[in-house]
Design a protein around this ligand. Structure first.
Ligand code: 3NM
Length: 215
């Protein structure tokens, strides 16, 4: 199973059934993976545990077949049950060292960060990669802090040697600038899973990002 970290992939997609225009998780995930997304995170806030477990079993099968990395947001137990490649936690979730005790040495642990102190602490805590955001305003995450803009991204790119992924309000029209500010991997939710044509949106976003990476 590939352990693909941000830094080894350009686009990192996150699911959100509220934004998926009524399409099934399978349809959306199939379009994302078919268009070349190599890191997929399952993030659902309002489903029952058993439903999330079944959906994660489905995504585990699909990502394995596609050779993609599968990360579960927040739910360490579900990540372990489906043998996900990783789990992603926020600052308010279980502390990373406790998550590590549960998942063992091999599972990827991602940690959301919003300021330099959190990023500096992350390596000591045992995180494998950082989320860096929200770069721009977003309506996808309810309890999110104010946008950090490029200042925090620039700082992480210059000072932190862990892999990181930029997140928050990233769209086809602004992703080139995010890449120019040092992001080698960008994470998008609404721009991908909320697009009428998910695969076309992945292609547009990747093309724009690569233009940014080239200069
Ligand atoms: N985490 P969209 S922002 C899940 O800053 C999440 O940690 C963030 O959604 C953070 O691409 C965010 O639709 C939502 O703006 C990003």
């Amino acid at each position: 199973m590939p352990k693909i970290l941000p830094g080894e992939a350009d686009i990192y997609a996150i699911t959100d059934s509220r934004l998926s225009l009524g399409r099934s998780l399978e349809e959306v995930a199939s379009a994302l993976l078919g268009a070349g997304v190599r890191i997929l995170q399952y993030r659902e806030k309002n489903l029952k545990g058993g439903e999330m477990l079944e959906e994660c079993r489905l995504l585990r099968r699909m990502t394995s077949e596609a050779g993609a990395c599968f990360i579960v947001n927040d739910h360490v137990d579900i990540a372990m049950l489906v043998e996900a490649d990783g789990v992603h936690v926020g600052q308010e979730d279980l502390p990373v060292p406790e998550v590590r005790k549960l998942v063992g040495p091999d599972m990827i642990i991602g940690l959301s960060t919003h300021e330099p102190q959190q990023a500096l602490a992350a390596r000591g805590l045992g995180a494998d990669y950082l989320g860096v955001g929200p770069i721009f305003a977003t309506q996808t995450k309810e309890d999110v802090v104010a946008p950090v803009g490029f200042a925090y991204l620039d700082w992480v790119a210059a000072n932190i040697d862990l892999p990181f992924v930029a997140i928050g309000g990233i769209k086809a029209h602004n992703i080139a600038d995010v890449a120019r500010h040092g992001a080698r991997c960008c994470c998008l939710v609404s721009e991908l899973v909320g697009a009428p044509d998910v695969a076309a949106s992945v292609r547009a976003v990747r093309e724009a990002m690569h233009q940014g990476l080239q200069g």
